[in-house]
Design a protein around this ligand. Structure first.
Ligand code: GLN
Length: 384
């Protein structure tokens, strides 16, 4: 007899990114859904990985990550965020940002704990909280500028609140936290036992002269935080699935207990290559400008369509409203655009647990200019 499987995530299907990428491929649509660049990554970095392999760096490195890479990251963090991080005790290299988030949540959460999550939320947050038996307490970001209502956060904090999830620059909205948000957060968590998980995978993808308010800048917040980063977003290599987590020693000690029995350690040659490539500071310092131009390129091309852009200050993404075009749900419309017009996007409703349909789709602009123009040209043809 085949045993019955009892689902740990009974209400979860396949992630929207995979669903939309598969649909895009089926219909040969331009894929502005899942967030990944369609242009080549830096060749020097590819060459460094090849060199590391040829030099024989093909066996396990230390389970917490190659020491030289962690040293380079500590240096980078100090120069960017004026924060002194102990490379040995406070940084762990992970197979991607999602893994870092999963491990941090699993490190902290006990059954029945409450976690404050802002909606829309990146799609892995809520399932990971629920897998750990904890309860997401949802706080809506206020449409259309998706700011945090800190008064509402205060009301949602309870004796059971274990953690607050942050994400800046924000996926899917492109909103970024400001100094006023940090000040409000500091007041709320002060003299509580609340932890913070800050998803900062888009740290360098920030536009219009805005400053990235990393939690690493604030010692009173960092002492209770896990801060998660991604190399894929910084070096145009999302398929490498490499990232890291930064947390104070006591928190990181527990994080590593879980990490060591999950992936144990990450790809060695890539770590040797990254340790070397991190010396080229320009490649990450210029990233914001490079992506801002792409955001603007898509924005300009979309002027000829009936879509209306909402502001995007960071990330790979910009939301566009189609309220003037049709009343269809986000999901229906996103599917129809893929099938009939050959442009795949992500329905923003996929980032909500609370039923929400503001008639906005997420467009990924980390693409070649031709790709962005061609997508907009196809969307001009929509009549209703
Ligand atoms: N972070 C990417 C996005 O938001 C997707 C990553 C994934 O597919 N899991 O599109």
């Amino acid at each position: 007899m085949i045993p019955n499987i009892q689902s740990k995530l009974p209400n979860v299907g396949t992630t929207v990114f995979t669903v939309m990428s598969v649909l895009a491929n089926q219909h040969k649509a331009i894929n502005l859904g899942q967030g990944f660049p369609d242009y080549p990554m830096n060749e020097d970095l590819v060459a460094l990985v090849n060199k590391a392999m040829k030099d024989g760096h093909n066996q396990y490195v230390h389970m917490n990550g190659l020491p030289a890479l962690r040293e380079m990251l500590a240096e980078k963090i100090e120069s960017l965020y004026a924060s002194k991080i102990n490379a040995d005790a406070e940084i762990t290299i992970t197979p991607g940002g999602t893994y870092a988030i999963y491990t941090a949540l699993t490190t902290i959460l006990q059954p029945g704990d409450e976690v404050i999550v802002f909606e829309p939320a990146y799609d892995c947050y809520i399932p990971t909280i629920e897998l750990n038996g904890a309860v997401p307490v949802l706080v809506p970001l206020v449409y259309p500028d998706y700011k945090i209502d800190w008064e509402l956060v205060k009301q949602k904090v309870s004796p059971k609140t274990k953690l607050i999830m942050l994400n800046t620059p924000h996926n899917p909205t492109g909103a970024v936290l400001g100094a006023d948000d940090i000040a409000a957060l500091q007041i709320i968590v002060k003299s509580t036992g609340i932890f913070i998980l800050s998803d900062e995978v888009y740290e360098h993808l920030i536009f219009d002269g805005k400053k990235h308010e990393s939690i690493l800048r604030y010692p009173d917040l960092f002492e209770r935080s896990f801060v998660c980063f991604s190399f894929g977003k910084v070096y145009d290599c999302t398929g490498w699935k490499m990232g890291y987590c930064v947390a104070p020693e006591a928190l990181m000690k527990e994080f590593r207990k879980i990490h060591q029995f999950n992936c144990f350690t990450c790809n060695s040659p890539i770590q040797f290559a990254l340790a070397e490539f991190l010396k080229q500071k320009e490649s990450y310092l210029q990233l914001g400008n490079r992506l801002q131009q792409k955001r603007d390129h898509l924005f300009n091309a979309m002027q000829q369509t009936r879509f209306k852009a909402l502001p995007s200050y960071g990330s790979y993404f910009q939301l566009y409203s189609y309220a003037d075009i049709t009343n269809e749900s986000e999901k229906e419309f996103a599917i129809r655009l893929t099938k009939e017009y050959g442009v795949a996007t992500i329905p923003t409703s996929a980032f909500y647990k609370t039923e929400t349909d503001n008639k906005v789709l997420r467009f990924c602009f980390s693409k070649n200019e031709n790709t962005l123009e061609e997508a907009a040209n196809r969307l001009v043809k929509i009549n209703n």
